[in-house]
Unconditional design. Structure first.
Length: 355
C-alpha cells in the first residue's frame, strides 16, 4: 500500500499544533516521567498526521448505498481494494465483501490525487451475482483521471448515480454497460474531455428512461466513437445529443439498435465533411417517428446496412445531407419501414472527403 504524502500547505498547521500540544503536556503532566511524556507526544503526532491525510483525501471519496437484501457481494474490482478504505457512517472499516443491509459507505483513497492516474478502468466491474450497489455519488471524487472505461460494467442493481465531478474524462467505453436497473442520468455537470470515446457507454441499460444532456456552453464536446452507445435501452423514449460535436470520421454502428420505445432523437452536430458508418444505426426502433440531423457539411456514408430496418413508425425522412456514393453496402436500409411515405435523398454521385 502506498503512503500518502503530506502537502506543504498543512506543515504549518502541524508544527503549530505540535508546539501548542508540547506546552500543554508540559503544564499538565509536569509530575509525570519524561518517558511517559515522549510516548504521549508521539501518539498525538500520529493522530495529527492521520487527520491531515484523511482530510487531504476527502477530495477523493465516493459515496455508496448498497441494496438491503440478497447475497453477499463485493463493492470493488479486487485490484483496487488494497488502495481504498471502506467505511460506514459509524466509521467502521469493512473488507471488499459486504452483506446487503441498506447501509451507506464511503470509499477513501489511500493515495494522493497525483498518483491516482488512470485508476478507474473497471473499478466497479463485477458479475450479476456480486452486484450489491444501488446508488453512487461521485461529486467528491476529483482525482486526476482521464478514463472511466467499463467503470460500472455489470452493476445490475445500480439505480441512481451522481457523476458530477472535476475529472476531465476522455474514455467512457462501456462505462454503464449492462447496468440494467439504471433509471436516469444527469450529464449536465459531467466534465467531458477533448476527444471522447462513448462506444457501448449505455449498452443494455434496459430501464434507462431519462438522460439530461451535457452543457456545452463553456466548451465543445468532441466525440470520436458512438457505436452501440444506446443499444438495447428499451425504456428510452427520447434523447438530445445536439451538444456533442463530430468533426472527424466516426462510427454510429448500432447506436440505437433495439431501442423499441425510442420516439425522438436529436443527433450530434457534424461540422466537417466526414465518413460515418451507420450500419444498423436505428435497427428495430419500431416507435421512432422523429429524427433531427444536424450537419454543416456533406456526410459520406460508408455502410448503411439495416440503418432504418424495422423503423415501422417512421413516416418522413430527410437524408439530403448524406452522400451514399461511397457506401460499400446499403442492404435492407429501409426494410419494413411500412409507414414511410416521404423520403428525401441526395443525388450526389461524387465520393469525396474534405478532411
Amino acid at each position: 500500500m502506498k503512503k500518502s504524502s503530506i502537502k506543504k500547505s498543512n506543515l504549518n498547521v502541524i508544527n503549530a499544533s505540535i508546539y501548542l500540544i508540547n506546552n500543554l503536556i508540559k503544564i499538565y503532566f509536569f509530575s509525570n516521567t519524561i518517558k511517559s511524556y515522549k510516548i504521549l507526544r508521539s501518539l498525538i503526532f500520529i493522530i495529527i498526521i492521520f487527520y491531515v491525510n484523511t482530510t487531504n483525501n476527502q477530495n477523493n471519496t465516493i459515496k455508496i448505498k448498497i441494496i438491503n437484501s440478497g447475497n453477499v457481494g463485493k463493492l470493488l474490482n479486487e485490484k483496487f481494494f488494497p488502495n481504498i478504505m471502506i467505511i460506514n457512517n459509524d466509521n467502521q472499516t469493512f473488507n471488499n465483501y459486504i452483506e446487503p443491509s441498506g447501509q451507506n459507505f464511503t470509499l477513501i483513497w489511500n493515495e494522493t490525487n497525483e498518483t491516482l492516474g488512470n485508476c478507474c478502468e473497471g473499478m466497479f466491474f463485477t458479475n450479476d451475482s456480486n452486484s450489491i450497489i444501488e446508488e453512487i455519488d461521485l461529486s467528491n471524487f476529483n482525482a486526476n483521471i482521464s478514463t472511466m472505461k467499463n467503470m460500472f460494467l455489470n452493476q445490475t442493481k445500480l439505480k441512481r448515480i451522481n457523476i458530477s465531478s472535476n475529472n476531465e474524462v476522455n474514455d467512457m467505453y462501456g462505462m454503464f454497460q449492462n447496468c440494467t436497473s439504471l433509471e436516469s442520468i444527469d450529464l449536465s455537470s459531467f466534465n467531458f474531455g477533448g476527444k471522447n470515446n462513448m462506444s457501448y457507454m449505455f449498452f443494455n441499460c434496459k430501464n434507462l428512461s431519462s438522460i439530461i444532456p451535457p452543457d456545452s456552453s463553456s466548451k465543445e464536446i468532441n466525440v470520436l466513437e458512438m457505436d452501440h452507445m444506446f443499444s438495447f435501452c428499451e425504456n428510452l423514449t427520447s434523447i438530445d445529443l445536439s451538444s456533442f460535436i463530430i468533426n472527424q470520421n466516426s462510427n454510429f454502428n448500432c447506436m440505437f439498435c433495439n431501442d423499441y420505445s425510442l420516439e425522438s432523437v436529436n443527433l450530434p452536430n457534424i461540422k466537417a465533411s466526414i465518413f460515418i458508418d451507420m450500419n444498423s444505426m436505428f435497427d428495430s426502433c419500431s416507435n421512432l417517428n422523429n429524427i433531427t440531423f444536424n450537419a454543416n457539411s456533406k456526410i459520406n456514408i460508408n455502410n448503411a446496412d439495416k440503418a432504418f430496418n424495422n423503423c415501422s413508425s417512421l413516416q418522413s425522412l430527410n437524408l439530403s445531407m448524406f452522400s451514399f456514393s461511397c457506401a460499400n453496402s446499403s442492404r435492407y436500409m429501409f426494410n419494413n419501414c411500412s409507414s414511410l411515405i416521404n423520403l428525401t435523398l441526395n443525388n450526389d454521385s461524387e465520393c469525396t472527403n474534405e478532411n
